[in-house]
Design a protein around this ligand. Structure first.
Ligand code: PGA
Length: 249
């Protein structure tokens, strides 16, 4: 099964020219590797210009989507607008939005449903804030986030859902989780999914790891059968390092 790599560019780069250059190098590697599906999530403003560069094994994603279908929501971008730009994925519930924009589980649930019902694939980000020694505590946090975020979702929509386990303390810090802890967290996530949607649903659902993934540690995550890929932030902006990271998968 192809591993999935989500490249989250966040609020970078600052010009379209840089964005095109970065995408060009990513595309070269992604197209050459059959065992990979790479999803690049640029800022909204570059989506329209970049969408022509996407295709097989390299798919376009957005970093957020509005919870509402249409209407008077200043600054928001609807799922239908994203679909019109040939965007097929969207990240929902990233910890930076949870903390800076105060998005809560109810808002995230509305976004998940809106995106899935509009035909987008969703990367749902979940994870604990601070380092927890107890797996039990991590499991409880993940269960609360997932149960709320996936409320009213239909089990057949699981095939369009990817869950990214992203411990917040590992994002952008250079301190990734230990591969075994990441694997354990993915197992906990599948357990919660099984509770809500049955064992088949849990097997169908893809679970990724994110948080300070780089070219040196990527293999230790993706080589584990239970981890279906990675979500990469900072390292996906490095036009030399990111192709190397992809080659390690
Ligand atoms: P990072 O970001 O790879 O820079 O830690 C991960 C993320 O955006 O979730």
């Amino acid at each position: 099964m192809a591993k999935i790599v989500i490249a989250n560019w966040k609020m970078n780069p600052q010009t379209l020219r840089e964005a095109e250059q970065l995408l060009r190098v990513t595309k070269r590697i992604a197209r050459a590797r059959k065992n990979l599906k790479v999803v690049v999530c640029p800022p909204f403003v570059w989506l329209a210009s970049l969408s022509r560069m996407f295709g097989k094994r390299l798919e376009l994603g957005a970093q957020d989507v509005a919870w509402a279908e249409r209407g008077a929501f200043t600054g928001e971008i609807s799922a239908a607008m994203l679909k019109n730009l040939k965007c097929s994925w969207v990240i929902v519930g990233h910890s930076e939005r949870r903390s800076y924009l105060k998005e809560d589980d109810t808002m995230i649930n509305r976004k998940v449903l809106q995106a899935l019902n509009s035909g987008l694939k969703v990367v749902l980000a979940v994870g604990e804030q601070k380092r927890e020694e107890s797996r039990h505590v991590v499991g409880a946090i993940l269960e609360t986030q997932l149960t709320c975020a996936l409320m009213k979702m239909k089990s057949q929509q699981l095939r369009n859902l990817v869950i990214a386990y992203e411990p917040v303390w590992a994002i952008g810090t250079g301190l990734s989780a230990r591969p075994d802890d990441a694997l354990q967290a993915t197992l906990l996530i599948r357990k919660v999914i099984a509770k809500q949607f049955g064992n088949l649903g849990a097997r169908r659902c893809k679970v990724l790891y994110g948080g300070s993934v780089d070219k040196r540690n990527v293999a230790s995550f993706v080589n584990q059968e239970g981890i279906d890929g990675v979500l990469v932030g900072g390292a996906s902006l490095d036009s030399k390092g990111f192709p190397e990271l992809l080659k390690h998968i």
